[in-house]
Design a binder for this molecule. Sequence first.
Ligand code: XBP
Ligand code: MG
Length: 226
Amino acid sequence: GFKALIFDVDGTLAETEEVHRCAFNESFAHFGLDWHWSAELYAELLLVTGGKERMRHFATMRQPKTEISDERLAQLHRYKTIRFGELIAAGACALRPGVVDMLDAAVTQKQRLAIATTTSRDNVDALLLATLGQRGLDLFDPIVAGEDVADKKPAPDVYVKALALLGLPARECLAIEDSRNGLVAASSAGIPVLVTRSAYFKHETFDGAYAVVDSLADLAKQKIQV
Ligand code: XBP
Ligand code: MG
């Protein structure tokens, strides 16, 4: 088996993207912007990882183009992060099927658990606390988040940093991801990738993945070794 499991957060541990989308839209409304991200539009916008990066991309692709300062972006994103945390704390999002069993099995088998995500650290903490309590925060070490690296996925930075902190070679770890950007990021760092399909990436192709499942509850059924 693998010595460590490195989990993505959004789409992998939980279907958080609808909560992110809701929080973005609330932030736009709060600051009087006439922006609204539909689920259809958001599916395209998800190709850009990172909330601030995603908003900047949207502003520049819009007709007419909207000038948006770094301060304005930071302000929109701060509000979005607070609202996301509140929604998650209120129970907006459960862990996906099979996640808890996989974590429990890893603890039993003495596998290390880590997180490599492009989302903000506050969002990771909010989700782990709301779903697993303090145990959730204690389970994962290291947790590498978006603000900890220069370049977000599909760049390999979060995975390279997680490997360095784990002190393990890439081949002895397994990344668990739901998106092509995540697959590319982990693969570029040399880490095999187990893909668990999420709502926004149902029909994506995942060439080069170690395995692809509809949910982590299917591992035993598909005889996938982790
Ligand atoms: C997740 C993301 C994030 C979230 C928003 O990608 O793209 O940007 O949507 O989080 P992945 P922030 O699952 O591949 O890590 O607003 O905190 O950036
Ligand atoms: Mg993801």
